[in-house]
Design a protein around this ligand. Structure first.
Ligand SMILES: NC(=O)c1ccc[n+]([C@@H]2O[C@H](COP(=O)([O-])OP(=O)(O)OC[C@H]3O[C@@H](n4cnc5c(N)ncnc54)[C@H](O)[C@@H]3O)[C@@H](O)[C@H]2O)c1
Length: 256
């Protein structure tokens, strides 16, 4: 799909990977809806992009009504989206049992609700709108790119909830692509390794150093721009569909 002049919805757009995607797509002349739980972060990114083709909105992706409101505003103010990039996510560590007893269930539920239910919530709403559009010259009406994680395949101790949520995102890629193909909508997922975003850089230095020691090559955290570069390649290459692409510099996380 040609990015120029298309309408893109980006969740978690106020930080990290979502912000990098917004910068990348704005440079390619897309119109962008920046959605984030924290409106001030989305507005800050909108200001930096310095284009009038941008709309910053508060949205909790895990809530049906919040996402529906955001989509209605996008329809009215920008038009029908052709691109959805789901980057909203949380990585709260959740050990199943601790000295305080079993993990309160709501911790597990919250991670699943934001990362998995939130991804599906945005996907169902955007896919519905895309399915009603006229296909472009390549027979395409939309592209949906979800963010999984290599934790979906090699989750470590403390990542039971996160890994389960990202495993869910990976697993829904193929059935969603199969269902939406008839409308000219592609569905892809990216499973990043370790990227230098606030999510990772807010971890204690010792944890970051220990993570760095596991890297294969390059021996550094990925740059958010490198994630956005892959998003661009996926949008522009119509043969990419129904697949989860690892973007991890060859990292395979070990048990610890
Ligand atoms: N950084 C990494 O190394 C890494 C690795 C693998 C996967 N990921 C995934 O990539 C995605 C982006 O992560 P990041 O590193 O940019 O993190 P980040 O913390 O920098 O950005 C995440 C954004 O999502 C927003 N958000 C959180 N809950 C939300 C909700 N309910 N509704 C809407 N927005 C919400 C936050 O406000 C924040 O702006 C996440 O899904 C994360 O799990 C990141």
């Amino acid at each position: 799909m040609n990015i120029n002049d298309k309408i893109a919805v980006i969740t978690g757009a106020g930080s990290g990977l979502g912000e990098a995607c917004a910068t990348f797509l704005a440079a390619k002349n897309a119109k962008i809806a920046l959605l984030d739980y924290d409106l001030s972060k989305a507005e800050h990114v909108a200001k930096k992009l310095n284009t009038k083709n941008v709309l910053a909105l508060q949205c909790d992706v895990s809530k049906a009504e919040s996402a529906e409101n955001a989509i209605n505003q996008i329809e009215t103010q920008l038009g029908t989206p052709s691109i959805l990039i789901n980057c909203a996510g949380v990585a709260t560590p959740t050990k199943i049992i601790s000295k305080d007893g079993p993990l309160p269930l709501q911790f597990f539920e919250n991670v699943i609700n934001v990362n998995l239910v939130g991804t599906f919530n945005m996907m169902r709403l955007c896919a519905h709108l895309m399915s009603q559009e006229k296909p472009d010259d390549n027979e395409e009406t939309g592209i949906i790119i979800n963010t999984s994680s290599i934790a979906a395949f090699e989750g470590q101790m403390g990542q039971a909830a996160y890994a389960a949520s990202k495993g869910g995102v990976a697993s829904l890629t193929l059935p969603a692509a199969r269902e939406l193909a008839r409308f000219g909508i592609r569905v892809m997922a990216i499973a990043p390794g370790l990227f230098g975003t606030p999510m990772l850089l807010s971890m204690p230095d010792a944890v970051q150093e220990s993570l760095k020691s596991t890297l294969l090559f390059p021996k550094r955290f990925g740059l958010p721009e490198e994630f956005a570069q892959l998003v661009g390649a996926i949008i522009e290459n119509p043969m990419l569909n129904g697949e989860v692409i690892r973007l991890d510099g060859g990292l395979r996380m070990q048990a610890k």
